[in-house]
Design a protein around this ligand. Structure first.
Ligand SMILES: Nc1ncnc2c1ncn2[C@@H]1O[C@H](COP(=O)(O)OP(=O)(O)OP(=O)(O)O)[C@@H](O)[C@H]1O
Ligand code: NI
Length: 305
């Protein structure tokens, strides 16, 4: 349904009239989302997840430049096609609640997303499902708590009838029952034939619904694995960073990895993870590892086998 082939995104900054600098935040990213599946995109803060979501929807800010190609249903996504599909075939659950219209009652905003049938009934049903009281439909966005606003955003995307739903951190700050309902709803949309891209920091809850997991580090996908490969010590995983994320979960011993993701990922040659990697060798810092297929998944690590 969605094919991303070699996407790169950089931001331009003008520090003065004559000095322009660019900062590359996504480097040659490859990713597919098929109809009927939930693909989780995992990565720490600043790894480029929201920029990826905005690139797919065609809503990058004016100072962004991108290259690479994206296809939806086999047809290239041009800016005109993105504008046509946005909110109709492709829906975003935005990371920030700033995306709600501050001057419109939230019930009405959600009803706008419904394309056929009884919009009011659909809105009330979805609000009940996310435990939003009946009175909330008459609220303006400023009257919502952070968690309520998030539930309103998830409601909007999940009744939009879109075939591809991109959910950017839809669950932080929500209580466990609502997280379960929201994730369950994404699973259900996929089971009905939608494609779902679930962007999150939270591996544990992503694994409860995702078919595949794409792991981002410093603007590239370092691995794409199937959810069932996250077991035991992570022996079936392909990339040392994915294994490190898995082992850092409380149930897997809380084993941390020292160091931090490089800022913007551009200032290094070779593998961005090498400075933190226990298996790194001299070869790791000479060239950026290419993405390659391995055991039905994808990896960017010269040592993965
Ligand atoms: N409009 C912009 N101008 C310049 N730099 C930007 C802009 N938007 C994002 N960036 C930079 O791009 C990088 C990736 O940001 P992005 O928001 O995609 O991260 P993220 O993975 O979504 O993080 P988080 O988990 O915190 O939401 C960051 O270093 C950020 O500072
Ligand atoms: Ni983000």
């Amino acid at each position: 349904m969605l094919v991303i082939d070699g996407l790169s995104v950089e931001f331009m900054h003008y520090s003065s009239a004559l000095r322009r600098s660019t900062m590359q935040v996504i480097h040659g990213l490859q990713l597919n989302v098929n109809a009927g599946e939930v693909v989780a995109v995992l990565g720490s803060s600043g790894s480029g997840k929201s920029v990826l979501a905005h690139a797919i929807l065609g809503i990058l800010p004016a100072n962004a430049r991108f290259s690479g190609r994206m296809f939806f249903d086999g047809v290239e996504l041009t800016p005109a096609r993105q504008a046509e599909l946005r909110g109709r075939e492709i829906a975003l659950v935005p990371q920030s609640v700033q995306y709600l219209d501050p001057l419109m009652r939230v019930g009405q905003q959600v009803r706008y997303a419904v394309k056929s049938g009884d919009a009011a009934a659909a809105q009330r049903q979805i609000f009940a499902r996310y435990r939003l009281a009946k009175a909330v439909e008459r609220f303006f966005p400023f009257q919502l708590s952070g968690g309520m606003a998030r539930r309103v955003l998830v409601s909007t995307a999940s009744i939009s009838g879109a075939r591809l739903v991109i959910a950017d951190e839809p669950t932080p700050g929500l209580d466990p029952a609502v997280i379960k309902a929201a994730l369950g709803r994404f699973r259900e949309l996929a089971d009905q034939g939608c494609g779902v891209m679930l962007i999150t920091h939270d591996i544990a809850s992503a694994l409860t619904v995702a078919d595949r997991v794409a792991v981002m580090y410093a603007g590239v996908t370092v691995e794409v694995a199937r959810s069932e490969e996250f077991t035991n010590e992570g022996d079936r995983l392909r990339h040392p960073y994915t294994r490190a994320l898995w082992q850092a979960l409380p149930q897997n011993g809380f084993i941390p990895i020292p160091g931090a993701q490089p800022r913007y990922g551009a200032a290094h040659t070779g593998c961005a993870f090498a400075p933190r990697c226990l298996s790194a060798t001299a070869d790791c810092s000479t060239a950026k590892p290419e993405a390659r297929e391995l055991r039905g998944g994808l990896v960017r690590c010269i040592h993965a086998s």
